[in-house]
Design a protein around this ligand. Structure first.
Ligand SMILES: Nc1ncnc2c1ncn2[C@@H]1O[C@H](COP(=O)(O)OP(=O)(O)OP(=O)(O)O)[C@@H](O)[C@H]1O
Ligand SMILES: [Mg+2]
Length: 219
């Protein structure tokens, strides 16, 4: 499903964020990417959606070699990988409905199909229909992250990637959001969660790919 083979990434300015990174994630796995600040976790996740480009090595995502992907195929890649950020990245002046609808508009859904799918995915993340017309700044952090997860799942991607998704949440909300990732995983999605939070990794007992200074040291 996901394969990194000898991948390296150095940013302009000379910081080597990843060095000779190789690993495989099978279809349907739940994997943490761990490591202290600066270890390269975000860089690794960004490479999966070509938000950054590798300098060396090969990356395969769901059978697609993205290292040589023409720019015209990047939207196709992004539909395979739903992405969740620490700071939610919701549009503040758009409703929950509109935030979640954006990927469907791009995909050319009819309004009727769009509404049906949005209600379905919001229920999946535990938000009832009353949230549809609300604006993100009025919601709690946990609710905003649920909306962001709904947006990531709206196209039913085979892979869900989350970068420190509980970094801005208190311990109770952290558990709720992690339970939601587990539920998504049970429904068949391959899930990758990057976190520096070792207690989270200890609690959930999943496979962990551990990075130190851009290298895989475990996993
Ligand atoms: N756009 C960039 N330009 C230059 N250097 C960068 C850029 N993004 C990240 N880096 C550097 O690359 C290294 C890895 O950064 P990255 O953000 O991948 O680490 P991280 O493990 O996600 O850290 P954190 O836990 O703080 O989020 C760091 O030394 C960082 O300063
Ligand atoms: Mg990071």
């Amino acid at each position: 499903m996901i394969r990194f083979f000898r991948v390296s990434k150095t940013y302009p300015g000379g910081v080597t964020a990843l060095e000779d990174v190789s690993f495989t994630v099978a279809k349907g796995e739940f994997v943490f990417v761990t490591g202290p600040s600066g270890a390269g976790k975000t860089t690794l996740l960004k490479l999966m959606i070509l938000a950054e480009h590798p300098d060396r090595g090969e990356i395969l995502i769901d059978g697609l070699n993205i290292t040589r992907l023409p720019p015209s195929k990047v939207p196709y890649l992004r539909r395979k990988v739903g992405f969740v950020f620490q700071d939610f990245k919701l549009l503040r002046d758009r409703t929950v409905f509109e935030n979640v609808a954006l990927p469907l508009e791009v995909a050319g859904y009819s309004p009727k199909r769009m509404e049906k799918r949005i209600r379905q995915v919001l229920r999946l993340v535990g938000l009832h229909d009353g949230y549809l017309g609300q604006f993100p700044p009025r919601l709690s952090g946990g609710e905003q992250q649920r909306v962001a997860i709904a947006r990531a799942l709206i196209n039913n991607p085979p892979i869900l990637v989350a970068d420190e998704p509980t970094g801005n949440l208190d311990p109770e909300l952290t558990i709720e959001i992690m339970d939601l990732f587990e539920k998504t995983h049970r429904l068949g999605t391959t899930v990758i969660v990057a976190t520096h939070d070792t207690s989270l990794v200890a609690r959930y007992r999943k496979r962990a790919i551990a990075l130190r200074k851009g290298r895989v040291v475990e996993g």
